[in-house]
Design a protein around this ligand. Sequence first.
Ligand code: BGC
Length: 766
Amino acid sequence: MTEPIDVDALLGELTAEEKASLASGQGFWWTRAVPRLGIPSIMVSDGPHGLRKQDRRNDHLGLGDSTPATCFPTASALASSWDAELLRAVGDAIGEEARAQGVSVVLGPGINIKRSPLCGRNFEYLSEDPHLSGVLGVALVEGIQGRGVGTSLKHFAVNNQEADRLRVSADVEERPLREVYLAAFEHVVRTAQPWTVMCSYNRINGVYASQDPWLLTEVLRHEWGFEGLVVSDWGAVDDPVAAVAAGLDLEMPSTGGASAARLVAAMAAGELDPAALDAAVGRVLGLVARAGAAGHPDADVTFDVDAHHALARRAAADCAVLLRNERGALPLHLAAGRLAVIGELARTPRFQGAGSSKVNPTRVDDALTALREGVPREVEVDFAPGYGVDDPRADHGSLREEAVAVARAADAVVVFLGLPPSYESEGYDRDHIDLPPEQVELLAAVADVTADVVVVLANGSVVAVDAWIDRTAAVLEAWLGGQAGGGAVADVLLGAVNPSGRLAETMPRRLADTPAHLNFPGEDRHVRYGEGLFVGYRHHDAVGREVSFPFGHGLSYTTFEHADLDVRVLPAGADRDAGWRGPDRLEVSVAVTNTGAVAGQEVVQVYVGDPEASVTRPVRELKGFAKVRLEPGETATATVVLAERDLSYWSTRAGGWVFEPGEFEVAVGASSRDLRQRAVVHVDGPPLALPLDRESTLAEWLEHPVGHEVVLAALRRAPGGDLSGLVDDPERLRMLGSFPLKRLVGMLGMGEGAPVVDGLLAEVVG
Ligand code: BGC
């Protein structure tokens, strides 16, 4: 359609049946057209790390073909770059490919929190930390949408496992929900306004996300100001009438008219307000209008396959995390001699995960070929597969023997290990975090005959390394690096790229150490988020547990020195209309120097703790970071600005974010456990005034800045004489403090509890 779409006029012309039909899809990938009124279909396609446009087959499980597209590193890799500009560039490239292929909305990014390393889809998600997920999610959305193509921020919300994902209820308290599971969504919605948000399959505290008015309307639209369209995950709608009433706009995929019929019948029966359907259809039409030119393959937009492949290679290299590097084992310094490359994954790379995000790559690099091309002419590269990948016929014993012989004859040995495709996929979770045993046995056998073994890992989610890492000199975590990952690994191993990735998720020593261990994946259709706020490093830090590698860790071929931490409290702006509400900002700056011999990039990480908070808070939380590139000897100042929200917590009692004045610790360093500098700053603000109600305790009244005086005055005028002395004795107050004032009033002969307290509450408000 070439005419611009007039949404209001069309809403006046569409019949109830047509409106109902527009609220669900046409086939798997298209919105419904209404030719009578010139309303076209637009196409949506997966997925987060590259385009998966399926033309002919209605298959969304990754089984059928899709049009070739650049397969970038998956989200867990991309997040390890800690580089928003890189993610923006990848987003831009995906947007360009979508444009060239006539895809109007890319179904991603996925920004769910990695609650457990077992989640089968962790490779599609960014981090265990909401701040990092939020900042990087914004970069991807802005990158894609900058091309005039929409995104679908998914899976909203609390979709942290694959087990029973279509039914399970994630039972999570509101504080962790807000601070951990919704925070990144909130940040992306407020900052980047994705064209669409995709609701998840699961239920949240008993209610399907697809039909939860609190989630889809109250929080997403009213609180966060979301202006776009809410689309269901594919098959996530249980009751289309409840879904539209809750704020879902588009059910995907098509239900062959069944949902439309239900909607029409519900309106006829007075069970669905037609205004709710109008709102949904208005947003569908708004999306179609917005898609405009992007809705058709754009002859003027072609993408440069080689340039995107080169970007994928740069991205994969910047995502790789150098976990360990003893005796300067990396980069490889071979000028001549034999390099043994061991492991089937060097020849047959695993570069993406399985399921709906599976891209049909334009080409694929393998590390073996890239190493052969990259080493000096005088170096001979020998290869042995060492193990089979998902191959039941492989004779691991003889493959191992062959690999040991190759290693024995070599001057340097690189062993490629990783998770077979069958271990990680959409649709199911892992049940352990170990590498396949034959790979660990291979490594041990190789390490027996050679001194400095270098290991390269390919996995979408963390693996346990504790049992074997001591046998290695160096370990490079290369993740699922996309179609150019093989070349990128060669770049890092050979020193053409200095690694600068940092872990976006903790590497625990054992699965049993992980916070969700006893509550994952739940049973009987429920999973209890018993660890509350303590997800990832928040847990390990709170219980003081050793980890294999902490959140934020990553080495470089150079070294960095941090100095001159400066934390300034910038006073609140004079233009605050709601009065003084705490500081506007904290400005944190650090001088970073490259003290080594090669150029490199450091990620300065800023963590904040509130040691004297009145509620339980994590020891420290990432609230800012900056990636700086430095030549040898160069110094730069990294500056991170923290807003009031970065110091606040979600108060269930207040039903909102609460800033509590007092001392905050700002710790800055190179990982969550390598904190090089700390500063304690006092941040002022009005005293905390959490709402009082009929159930409030004496202690809560005394903590309230106004309630304190009101309750003391009431005690002074007690009918039997002044009782205010009751609160003078700290011992007595400790005991009495937990009594709801209502009950105490009765016990102290001050009258009937509820009316007396109501009177006092009126004094506080009045
Ligand atoms: C996945 C989504 C995906 C959709 C369409 C669902 O199974 O959960 O992430 O976008 O299918 O392929």
